[in-house]
Design a protein around this ligand. Structure first.
Ligand code: NDP
Ligand code: 8X3
Length: 254
């Protein structure tokens, strides 16, 4: 480790997908990993794989008190978090807004927006006091480009994008960096969760094309974190080559 490399990373949503891949990527570079999520069995398997430089934390990011307690109770060797990867998040459903389940909307807002702000607020003061740190937020192309059924999920990721930019303003002069990583479709458990556990429907999303992989995203996150301290990567937007844009919709009736 050189003094410019991060020594400790806190990753939310580390039990699956991008979070687990990011934990492996940082661990491979010799960085201590705090892996947080709700599914502790998954985290325990990951910790066994990564060895003593990994710490698992059972955490629902929607629980504000639990977030602050988890950060306050970090053992001394993990307490100075250099990089926070705010990755925990989900989409639920793909139906039109007028038919949406409000509980699903609440869960997306509570996790993708509020949970992300709790983790940030709990960890930021230490970073500012140390004069170094990096908050890396998982946005999405869904926060920039609308699509049918994206509604609150897209809105939550637009929040992540703007919150990241505003954080940068607040942190001006502190030495703490902020990056928003905004991927397109990537084959993780994301679609299985979105479709309520229907694996067949989820697999159909990625059928016949090469989506991004969790490792692609982990590499982008690690790259942003590994830049020298004078470089702040504001935003990384990446998509599968097989995914691009469609024209606006036009109704020709009436
Ligand atoms: P996965 O479903 O594979 O992983 C999501 C992770 O979030 C899991 O580890 C899950 O852990 C965790 N999580 C969900 N809710 C909570 C919660 N309340 N508290 C703590 N952890 C939680 O999906 P991805 O890896 O694909 O998604 C990671 C992030 O990337 C999300 O924010 C997603 O919106 C975003 N994203 C995904 C894209 C994709 O196409 N896959 C593209 C763009 C962005 P557990 O259930 O154990 O708590
Ligand atoms: C996930 C990517 O395009 O399914 O954020 O919304 S997309």
């Amino acid at each position: 480790m050189t003094s410019t490399q991060p020594a400790t990373v806190f990753i939310t949503g580390a039990s699956s997908g991008f979070g687990a891949a990011t934990a492996r990527r940082f661990a491979a570079a010799g960085v201590r990993v705090i892996a947080a999520a709700r599914r502790v069995d998954r985290l325990d398997d990951l910790a066994k794989e990564l060895g003593p430089s990994a710490l698992t934390v059972a955490l629902d990011v929607r629980d504000r008190d639990a977030v602050f307690a988890a950060v306050a109770l970090l053992p001394p060797e993990f307490a100075a978090v250099d990089v926070l990867v705010n990755n925990a998040g989900l989409a639920l459903g793909l139906g039109p807004a007028q038919e949406a389940d409000l509980d699903e909307w609440d869960q997306m807002i509570d996790t993708n927006c509020k949970g992300l702000t709790y983790c940030t607020r709990a960890i930021l003061p230490g970073m500012v006091a140390r004069g170094r740190g990096h908050v890396i937020n998982l946005g999405s192309v869904a926060g920039t480009y609308p699509y049918p059924g994206g509604n609150v999920y897209g809105g939550s990721k637009a929040f992540v994008h703007q919150f990241s930019l505003d954080l940068r303003s607040d942190l001006h002069g502190t030495g703490v960096r902020v990056t928003s990583v905004e991927p397109g479709m990537a084959d993780t458990e994301f679609s299985t969760v979105r479709f309520g556990g229907d694996k067949e429907q989820a697999d159909a999303v990625y059928a016949g094309m090469q989506p991004l992989t969790a490792d692609d995203i982990a590499e982008a996150i690690y790259w942003a974190a590994a830049q020298p301290p004078h470089v702040n990567v504001n935003r990384i937007e990446l998509m599968a080559t097989a995914q691009s844009f469609a024209p606006f919709q036009v109704t020709r009736e009436g």
